[in-house]
Design a protein around this ligand. Structure first.
Ligand SMILES: O=c1ccn([C@@H]2O[C@H](COP(=O)(O)O)[C@@H](O)[C@H]2O)c(=O)[nH]1
Length: 289
């Protein structure tokens, strides 16, 4: 079998994200087809229901928002039929001009990471997205194959740093050898890979909108900071000020707030979903001004 190629067919992800946010606003909408949402939309909890849910999300959001973030788990739970729906989402979003960040949180030893990179970040792969979330729990260096493939193909990675869940600090606030917080080490590793890149590097971090003031210095990252936690997890646009400070005004794409249920819960009316997304964009723009 010929492995997917890694030719640099597009501009770097950081530049494409900055342009998308400038054109469409600073919001990523997560597509998380929870079974409860399928039921609320009067859809069956089957691969067919998943396909219909995804089609409505695409229709409502892909022409409007900068980035869509499908949560891989909700597609994987339907097996190959669910993965086929995810593949179609990737094609549909691209056609409508939205970037796709696949939330798969992959992380493994380097040799296996190479295969994940081929799956999610290489040209020609049916599951290739514009960027993918990755976990640094096996050491930041284990992610290098994903970073290399992303940079070679104009794609990006978002590395978990300060996650939005309440359990995150037990690991992420721990002090590593030398006294730096684990999350600070991750931020510094991302900064090293983004150094000097304009307008924005392609190695992003996940920093929850819920985390408050952690003392982690994000000022040198020079890559996009994905901020989950708005809406269902309790954070509001105002919370972004405490978490990100000056990074909020560092330029388009520097902070990318994301929300899923807050927008999806307005469905199944495409108009209502679009309005919910635009309300979020307005609220976020107000704190970034
Ligand atoms: O730290 C993290 C990293 C990822 N997520 C994911 O984002 C969405 C959040 O959904 P909401 O409905 O807006 O709560 C979900 O897919 C998570 O897996 C996160 O929440 N926190």
């Amino acid at each position: 079998m010929t492995p997917p190629s890694t030719s640099p067919a597009r501009a770097p992800f950081g530049a494409r994200l900055a342009a998308a946010v400038k054109a469409r606003g600073p919001l990523c909408v997560g597509i998380d087809p929870h079974p409860a949402l399928l039921r609320a939309w009067d859809l069956p909890v089957t691969a067919d229901g998943l396909a219909r849910f995804t089609a409505v999300c695409l229709d409502a959001l892909a022409p409007t928002v900068a980035v869509l973030k499908p949560q891989s788990a909700f597609y994987e739970q339907f097996g190959s039929a669910g993965i086929a729906v995810l593949e179609r989402l990737l094609v549909g979003a691209r056609q409508a001009g939205a970037l796709v960040l696949l939330d798969a949180k992959r992380g493994d030893i380097g040799s296996t990471m190479q295969a994940y990179a081929a799956a999610y970040l290489a040209d020609g792969s049916p599951l290739a997205a514009d960027a993918v979330t990755v976990s640094p729990y096996l050491g930041f260096g284990s992610l290098q194959p994903a970073v290399d493939t992303a940079l070679a193909t104009g794609r990006g990675v978002f590395v978990l740093a300060l996650t939005s869940n309440p359990e995150g600090p037990t690991v992420q606030h721990a002090r590593a050898a030398g006294g730096r917080m684990v999350a600070q080490q991750i931020a510094d590793e991302a900064a090293a890979r983004n150094a000097g890149v304009r307008p924005l590097g392609s190695v992003g971090l996940v920093v929850g909108a819920t985390v408050g003031r952690t003392g982690v210095d994000l000022s040198q990252v020079n890559g996009p900071l994905l901020a989950p936690g708005l809406g269902a997890q309790g954070a509001t646009a105002d919370d972004l000020r405490d978490v990100f400070g000056d990074a909020l005004t560092a330029g388009p794409g520097s902070v990318l707030p994301t929300t899923s249920r807050e927008v999806l819960g307005a469905g199944p009316s495409p108009l209502a979903m679009r309005d919910a997304a635009l309300r979020q964009v307005d609220a976020i723009r107000a704190v970034m001004a």
